[in-house]
Design a binder for this molecule. Structure first.
Ligand SMILES: C[S@@+](CC[C@H](N)C(=O)[O-])C[C@H]1O[C@@H](n2cnc3c(N)ncnc32)[C@H](O)[C@@H]1O
Length: 321
């Protein structure tokens, strides 16, 4: 009965189409529907969904024979259901339930923040720093890293996988993020070098939870940094599905950034570093904030641009008092 229902629903949806209902036909059909309904990235969305239902990551990686092979009623129904979520503006990453970051396949669950491609550049900068300053990073033991706001575990797990001797303490204030990082660590067999803690770094006494692991070599974070007034311009995909507390950085996007900068000197080794992803307005704001807090003994030593040429990444270093 259920199967007949599926077939009937698909038949109703696709009855206006002629010829066999193939993967290519479905991609073209749903691209058109998405375009008509103003869904962003219409073709990419339909290609990802059709490929996923056929067991592949991308449409291009499907065997060419599958592009034209008629789809089964179950496959048609599944495509219809997933495309229905996209029509509701659900991000493709949540629809598929997984997404790649730095070559790692991570499970994605709403509302935990979906890792963005520019954050891969932050990871690459940290890896360069570790390679260039091995003496400052416990060459023998590998660096000890703190990630603030681990989300799905994207940054932490890519650092662990590319730095085989490293260890990471990953904290997030959201239980859902902590449990997704746990799950992704298990999936990738990286659970032995990670300590995941549910902790709000703005809470009183949070430092005492982290001191047992100090001194750390690095602090890395892609914190909530969006200016409050910019929050209402977020796309419906973000606004309706992702945890807004993962994005909202307060009036000038600095609320969590300043907490990290206040906390880090107590946890870092004498020349330890902080790497942050920020808004393009932040390099200047952070620089002047640091100048007005000389007691922290932190200096902004580097700013990097993202692939769009916007200054988005900061390297802040601790110096001797
Ligand atoms: C922009 S997301 C980044 C997630 C992940 N690192 C990534 O790049 O995909 C920010 C993360 O910080 C966490 N967060 C926000 N405020 C926090 C706080 N006060 N203490 C700890 N974590 C916090 C959020 O729950 C969210 O997972």
């Amino acid at each position: 009965g259920v199967l007949q229902g599926w077939a009937f629903n698909s038949w109703k949806t696709y009855s206006s189409l002629t010829g066999p209902l193939s993967a290519t036909g479905m991609v073209n059909h749903w691209t058109r529907v998405f375009e008509e309904r103003g869904i962003p990235e219409a073709r990419e969305s339909s290609e990802y969904i059709v490929a996923h239902v056929l067991g592949a990551k991308t449409f291009q990686s499907l065997k060419p024979a599958l592009w034209t092979k008629p789809l089964t009623p179950q496959q048609l129904e599944c495509i219809q259901e997933l495309c229905g979520h996209r029509l509701q503006r659900m991000p493709v990453q949540y629809i598929l339930g997984e997404w790649d970051f730095q070559g790692l396949s991570l499970k994605m669950v709403p509302p935990v923040f979906i890792p963005r491609p520019e954050t891969e550049e932050l990871v690459e900068w940290v890896l360069e720093e570790v390679a260039q300053r091995p003496h400052a990073m416990r060459a023998q033991d590998g660096p000890l890293i703190l990630e603030v706001g681990c989300g799905s575990g994207a940054i932490t797990l890519s650092l662990l996988s590319q730095l085989p001797k490293s260890r990471v303490v990953a904290v997030d204030k959201e239980e859902a993020a902590v449990s997704l990082t746990h799950e992704n660590a298990q999936r990738l067999q990286l659970q032995d070098r990670i300590r995941i803690i549910c902790l709000d770094i703005t809470s009183e006494g949070c430092c005492t939870h982290l001191l047992p692991w100090s001194p750390m070599d690095l602090v890395v974070s892609n914190p909530p940094y969006i200016f409050r007034k910019d929050m209402e311009q977020l796309a419906p995909e973000i606004y309706s599905y992702e945890d807004l507390l993962a994005l909202d950085g307060g009036d000038e996007g600095m609320d969590i950034i300043t907490h990290i900068l206040t906390l880090a000197p107590q946890l870092l080794n004498a020349s330890g570093s902080i790497f942050l992803e920020v808004d393009p307005r932040h390099p200047e704001l952070v620089s002047s904030w640091l100048q007005s807090h000389p007691d922290l003994h932190l200096s902004l030593v580097g700013v990097r641009e993202d692939f769009c040429g916007r200054p988005r990444f900061l390297h802040v270093q601790k110096s001797a008092p």
